[in-house]
Design a protein around this ligand. Structure first.
Ligand code: PLP
Length: 428
């Protein structure tokens, strides 16, 4: 299997794009080797520029719940493009997608479309701060909310440490109001809220964590956050950029029956085009410009191509799809676990419906600390062994694998067969 053309392109890319890529994890630095350049994709498969074909479990990091390049979407985009790609003026389809979002997420009484998940979370926090007149926020260790300054903080030591920047260029002041707590640790949140009572604007949480690998919420965690926020006048912000339209058509908030004050969406809502959204209580959203004073704008926000892809992706979502995806996810999760057992490889597979992460560790993973016990070098060897067998898993231990409606039982069984062989080669 030659990857010569990818290697050549990566050489060229590194001379023009920082690290050769436009988003860091694509560079394969966490797993060794050099990235594959993709030429085309269809259904559950991607093909690189050397003509190698893979079963894809990255799926553009989540948006492609219907698979790559579904014919109906390609047609709809072609038709939309003919009528103009962007006007910078209102269109009917923005209203239609907005109403569709509200139908799926009753907590979203009003919604604003933006161009990425990053924009959605940044804007939601600005709004939460404006609405409460408070500045502090609580985020969870290992939680990812895009690359906005206030979110690029991690714990120094322990739950009650003030945020320190995880990236140069982020002024300490930008994360000085970011408090950190371990995921699934309600007591740590209670302590923070008691200590900082009256100064916390929002708690932002991935209701199903997906960016330290998949970590579902512990029983009562989300309900506990809801109650805590209500008691302290804090706004609860669900970052459902992954879980929205993924955990169910109504997101994790539908699955767990929790009503956040604000919700951030991304990924599936754009069906593979750049879209994000934030929304929630009408009284809060009324503060957003031009109906209120909280400034937020976007030249290409709500453009007809992005809205077309979003509407096409979201409208047909039905419970049946989620049942099928969950069955496939269960098949893959148990197949990977079984492959590891046979090869005596330590593995814990966390799964929720159509997302899963096989953690190469002996410890159950319920937060960032336990996720970090995973053997990332072993994951790297596993990744490369799978790639050599025509399977394309995410190039990092701490990312979710994504299934789509285009993945078949046969794809999953081929993946498990490849994993059985791969697992035998990765022990030290
Ligand atoms: C991907 C992601 C984001 C950021 O979205 P972008 O579109 O990459 O800016 C924010 N929050 C979560 C939970 C995500 O998974």
């Amino acid at each position: 299997m030659s990857t010569r053309k990818s290697a050549k392109l990566f050489d060229r890319a590194q001379k023009i794009l920082p690290g050769g890529v436009n988003s860091p994890v694509r560079a394969f630095s966490a797993v060794g080797g050099s990235p594959l350049f993709i030429d085309r994709a269809s259904g559950a498969h991607i093909t690189d520029v050397d003509g190698n074909r893979y079963i894809d479990y990255v799926m553009s990091w989540g948006p492609l719940i219907h698979g790559h390049a579904p014919a109906g979407l390609v047609r709809a985009l072609g038709a939309a493009a003919k009528r103009g790609t962007s006007y910078g003026a209102p269109t009917a389809i923005e209203v239609e997608l907005g109403e569709e979002v509200r139908r799926r997420f009753p907590s979203i009484e009003r919604v604003r479309f933006v161009n990425s998940g990053t924009e959605a979370t940044m804007s939601a926090i600005r709004l939460a701060r404006a609405a409460t007149g408070r500045h502090k926020i609580i985020k969870f260790e290992g939680g990812y909310h895009g690359h906005g300054d206030p979110f690029l903080a991690q714990a120094g030591s322990g739950a009650t440490t003030l945020g320190v920047p995880t990236s140069p260029g982020v002024p300490p002041a930008a994360v000085g109001d970011t408090l950190l707590a371990p995921y699934n640790d309600l007591d740590a949140c209670r302590t923070l809220c008691a200590r900082e009572t009256g100064s916390i604007a929002a708690i932002i949480v991935e209701p199903i964590a997906g960016n330290m690998g998949v970590v579902p919420p512990a029983d009562g965690f989300l309900a506990g956050l809801r109650a805590l926020c209500a008691a302290h006048g804090i706004l609860l912000v669900f970052d459902e950029v992954i879980s929205g339209f993924r955990a169910s058509a109504g997101g994790a908030q539908e699955v767990f029956g929790i009503k956040p004050d604000l919700t951030c969406l991304g990924k599936i809502i754009g069906g593979g085009l750049p879209v994000g959204a934030y929304g929630g209580r009408a009284d809060l959203m009324a503060l957003v410009a031009p109906s209120g004073p909280v400034y937020q704008a976007g030249t290409l926000s709500g453009n007809p191509l992005a809205m077309t892809a979003g509407l096409w992706s979201v409208k047909p979502l039905k419970p049946r799809l989620y049942r099928d995806l969950a069955a496939l996810g269960e098949r893959l999760a148990s197949g990977l676990a079984d492959a590891a057992r046979r090869a005596r490889v330590p593995l814990h597979v966390n799964a929720f419906g159509s997302v899963l992460t096989p953690f190469f560790t002996r410890e159950p993973v319920r937060d960032y600390r336990s996720a970090l016990t995973a053997d990332t070098a072993m994951y790297g060897r596993f990744f490369r062994a799978m790639l050599a067998r025509g399977i394309y898993p995410p190039p990092s231990q701490f990312e979710a694998w994504f299934l789509s409606a285009a993945h078949t039982k046969k794809d999953v069984d081929r993946t498990i067969a490849a994993a059985k062989k791969a697992m035998r080669t990765i022990q030290n």
